[in-house]
Design a binder for this molecule. Sequence first.
Ligand code: NAD
Length: 491
Amino acid sequence: MLEKREWERCVWLGGRWRGEGCTPLPVRSPASGELLAIAGEASSAVVAEAVDGAARAQLEWSRRPAADRAAILSTAAERLADHEDEAVWWLVHESGSIARRARGGVRLAAQRFADAQWTAERAGEELALAGRGPSERSIARRVPLGVVAVITPWNSPLVLAVRALAPALAAGNAVVLKPDPRTPVSGGVLLAAVLDEAGLPPGVLQVVPGGASAGEALVSAPNVAKVSFTGSTATGRRVAELAGRSLRSVALELGGNNALVVLDDADVDAAVDAGIKGSFGHQGQICMATGRHLVHAAVADEYIAALVARAGALQVGDPASGDVDLGPLISGAQADRVQRLVEESVADGAVLRCGGRREGNYYWPTVLTDVSPSMAAFSEEVFGPVAPVTMFSDTEEAVALAEQTPYGLVASVFGADGERAMALLDRLHTGVGHLNDETVKSDATAPFGGMGWSGNGARYGALCDAEEFTTWRWLTVRELDGDTRPGAVAP
Ligand code: NAD
C-alpha cells in the first residue's frame, strides 16, 4: 500500500490520486538525507477544487445513518492495525521518530478511529424543548458543520490528523486534510489509503499536502465551515486572522512551554523518570514536552545528578538503523534554533551540565541548570532535547515560576502530600494537569487542549468531539389544525 510515492500521486481528490496542479516536492529522511518519496505541494486552485468536491460529497455522507459512518471508521481502525508496520516505517523515516514511539502513535490513531463511533452516536442527537404552548413542537438537533479543514504539523503527523478527522467524519462532515510537506505520507497518503480501503465514499476525505500557501488557500476557501489547526502559536495567529475574516469557526491547538514542578517531598526517582521522558522523548519535539523543570532547592542536587546521569546515557542515532533513544531533529533549521537557544542561555549564565553537542540534524540530550526566567531556554518553546532546570524555595515561588509563560498546555506536579500538590496544580492555568506523572500523556477519551498561547479553548477527545464537530440547529413545528408534522409548518 505504501510503496514509495511519485509526485503524480500528490493529492487525493474524489477518491483517486493525481499530480496535476502540484509542484513536485522531494521528501527526505531527516536522519540520513535519503530520498523517501517525491510528493507534491498542492496549488491554491487544487485546494479550492478539493474543498468544492468535499462540499458536494458531504451532503450524501451526512445523510448516511450514523451507524454506517461509525462502521466505516471502525473498519479504518482495523485496516490501520493491518498496516501498522508500514505506518511505523514511514513515521520512523519521515519524521525521525524512534520505532517504539511510532508504534504507540499508530495504535493511538487506531483507537481514535474506533472511538469515533461515540461522536457518530451523538451527532444526530435531538433534545425536546418546551416550545411556546401546546401547539408548538420545539427541538434542538445536532447537525454536522459541512467541510472541516484539518491542518497538521510534522511532529506526530498520523495521530494529530486522526484525532481531528475521525470525529469530524463520524459527525457527518467532509474533511480536507493538509499535512505538512515534510510528512505527506504518514500525515496524509496513509490515511487516504486506509479510509479508502475501509469504504469511505470518494470526496468525503480529500488530501492536499503543502505548506503555507496551500494552508492559507484552505483556510480561506468559501466552502470551509471550520478549521481544525494544530501547529505553532505564530501560525495559529495567522490562521485565526484569516478564518476570522471569513467568519468561520477555528479550533487552535498550539505550542507549549510546560512546567514539571518537583516539590520537596517528591519521589525524586519518579520525577526524574518523568523529566527524562518529558524533555527527551521524540527529541523534545512534542507540544506536551517538559520545557521547564522547576525543582525545590531541598531536592535539587539529587534531582540534577540523576537527570544528568540518565540524560548522558541516552543513545542518539538514526532510528531506522537500530534501537536508539533519540533520533534526529526534523531539520537543520530546527537544530540551528535549538543550538542557538542553548548557547544564548549559557551566555546569559545557565550552566551546561551535559549535552550541547550537535552533529547535522542530531542534537544530544542537554541539561541546563541555574536557568532563570529571562533566559531563552526558559521563556521560549525550545522544541528540542533540552531540560532547563530552575530552583525554587517555596510554593509561592514555584507557582510564580510555573505561571511565568504565556503558554498554558500542560503542568505536572510531583509531591508525596497529594492534597498540597493538587492545591498547587489547581493554581496553574493549563488545559491539562497531572499529579506525579509526566507532562507527555495521551488518552483518546480525555479532553485535550490548552489555554493562553496554547490554544483558543478547543478540545479533542471522545468526550468532547461532538461539541467540536457539530453545531445545534433549533427547529420548531407549529400545530395547524392539530397537525405537527413538518410539512404542516406554514411557509
Ligand atoms: P507550523 O505552525 O509551522 O506548521 C503547522 C502546519 O501549518 C503545517 O501543516 C504547515 O504547513 C501549516 N502552515 C504553515 N504556515 C501556514 C499558514 N500561513 N496558513 C496555514 N497553514 C500554515 O508548526 P510546526 O513548527 O510544523 O509544528 C510544531 C508546533 O506545533 C509546535 O509549536 C508544537 O508545540 C505545536 N503542536 C501543538 C500540538 C497541540 O496539540 N497543542 C500538537 C503538536 C504540535
